[in-house]
Ligand binder design. Structure first.
Ligand code: GDP
Ligand code: IMO
Ligand code: MG
Length: 470
């Protein structure tokens, strides 16, 4: 039995906490895409874990897999594993030998390209982790994979081919001198001195060492075989999506997207299991009861923008309701897990959720953060859009058209602040009635039952209606 966890919006819906919730009954938790751009929070017994690569099942001691669809920065991974060990956990993480490796030059190039784009308002607002450039190299058939780290000579050969190209790209295409490029690298945690980001010898030495550690700790696998043998043995497996549907490279608002497929199809291609295996299991859409976004791009139901973040789309409502946005941002702690950036805040967007439900085929929903909205008089939902003289009910394929969409809102009566720990003890019926009405509206619209409701950040702060593994 498998459960796939998919972000239905723009990331940060609370996927990590749902993986943790259902992880109690799972044996293996596998990520299928993305890299250390993800920031998944698990709060358990007063401890908060912010995980970027290690799958969230680690908090419950479950085996973690980074599938072939992931891009792995070994420096972040080992740092994270070491920090978790210091905190008393015992991470058991396996990496697909087919997964691609993020190298320091990917981060540098991510920074350079964002700088160049900011001159023309095209900046994506990436996390600066080198995600796009690494997937570019994967598609360009010049990437370095986890399996290559295990073979020193092969690694050198591949670096000798690709690194001069990257250096030329930085210097000759972007016109950046090496010292400036080096300054563009987002931080010092690349594992090599950033000055060595384009130096074959330095990279070879560092990444060969990572390969040795991977070998010593027996961390690499053929992910598809590993996962299918675990499933054959009767194990329960969770596929942990990162990011969200609207930043999916195919189904999101291109080009303001990440470079992988968070939607459920990604769980097949990103693990080496068949679509049938994914489809036989549950596919749970994770919904934040409102909507947040970090980075650029349209946000039709936006309440208030973070000034200067989205020059192209300010007319969609940014600033109009900044006080309410600010209130929700503070109540919900809506600051990026990875970058600390304040998140833009918006009302729930049903065209977005209809699009997400179609693309991934949600069999159930987990709706988080209903506690954050408690105490408001009114809660709104963008029900449809008006654009170019027509009313539409799902997301247009072009981002420019999405940017012209004006939402039509439905209003729901707010619900009071209550003692959420009592609600957690008593169950669904104790959720304030107006919040139940809101939840049931979402469920009806998406034709998928509510599996769980988040009423606070901690593991205990959930109302569980369905246990997919039971
Ligand atoms: P992910 O990337 O989808 O795993 O989500 P993040 O961890 O980036 O962001 C979700 C944030 O909301 C984290 O700080 C969580 O601890 C918190 N959170 C998750 N569910 C709830 C909820 O139901 N209520 C509240 N108040 N916070 C929640
Ligand atoms: P989790 O898994 C929210 C956004 C970035 C940027 C765009 C591209 O925690 O939900 P990238 O660095 O991936 O090239 O950036 O995608 N983004 C996320 N937003 N949550 C995430 O992950 C994100 N990962 C990337 O802000 O707009
Ligand atoms: Mg996150």
């Amino acid at each position: 039995m498998t459960v796939t966890i998919v972000g239905s919006q723009l990331g940060d819906e609370g996927k990590g906490r749902v993986v943790d919730l259902y992880g109690a009954a799972a044996d293996v938790v596998a990520r299928y895409q993305g890299g250390d751009n993800a920031g998944h929070t698990v709060v358990e017994g007063g401890n908060e874990y912010k995980l970027s690569l290690v799958p969230s099942g680690v908090v419950r001691g479950k085996v973690g897999v980074l599938g072939n669809g992931c891009v792995v920065n070994p420096d972040t991974l080992f740092d994270e594993i070491d920090t978790l060990r210091e905190r008393g956990l015992d991470p058991d993480v396996r990496l697909a030998r087919r997964a691609h490796v993020i190298l320091p030059y990917h981060r540098v190039l991510d920074g350079i390209e964002e700088d160049v784009k900011s001159d023309s308002d095209r900046k994506v607002g990436t996390t600066g982790r080198g995600i796009g450039p690494t997937y570019e190299d994967k598609a360009g058939r010049r990437g370095i994979r986890v399996g290559d780290l295990l073979d020193s000579e092969l690694l050198r050969e591949k670096l000798e081919y690709v690194v001069p190209q990257k250096r030329a790209l930085a210097e000759k295409v972007y016109g950046v001198s090496m010292s400036e490029a080096i300054g563009g690298s987002s931080d010092e945690s690349d594992g090599v001195e950033t000055g060595e980001a384009f130096d074959v010898d330095a990279l070879h030495e560092q990444y060969e060492r990572y390969g040795e550690r991977l070998k010593e700790e027996n961390m690499t696998v053929e992910a598809g075989e590993f996962l299918s043998s675990r499933l054959d043995a009767g194990d329960e497996v969770i596929f942990e999506g990162a990011q969200g549907t609207l930043i999916d490279i195919d189904h999101g608002n291109y080009p303001y997207v990440t470079s992988s497929n968070p939607t459920a199809g990604g769980a097949a291609t990103g693990t080496g299991l068949s679509p049938g295996v994914i489809g036989d299991g549950d596919i749970i859409g994770i919904v934040k009861a409102y909507l947040t976004r970090v980075g650029s791009g349209p946000l039709p139901t936006e309440l208030g923008g973070v000034v200067g973040d989205t020059p192209d789309y300010d007319e969609q409502g940014a600033g109009e309701n900044e006080d309410l946005a600010e209130y929700i941002r503070e109540e919900g702690g809506e600051y990026g897990t990875v970058t600390g950036r304040p998140r833009r805040v918006a009302w729930l967007d049903m065209p977005m959720l209809r699009h997400a439900a179609r693309a991934s085929g949600f069999t159930g929903l987990a709706v988080n953060h209903i506690d954050v909205l408690a105490g408001l008089d009114e809660v709104k939902v963008g029900y449809s859009y008006d654009v170019d003289g027509e009313e539409i009910f799902t997301i247009p394929a072009t981002t420019e058209r999405w940017g012209r969409c004006e939402p039509n809102f439905r209003s729901f009566d707010g619900w009071p602040e209550v003692d959420w720990s009592e609600v957690a003890d008593e169950g669904y019926d104790a959720i304030p009635e107006n919040a139940q009405t809101y939840l049931e509206y979402i469920s009806d619209e998406l034709d998928a039952p509510i599996y769980a409701v988040g009423i606070g950040p901690s593991r205990e702060d959930t109302v569980v209606l369905e246990h997919p593994f039971e």
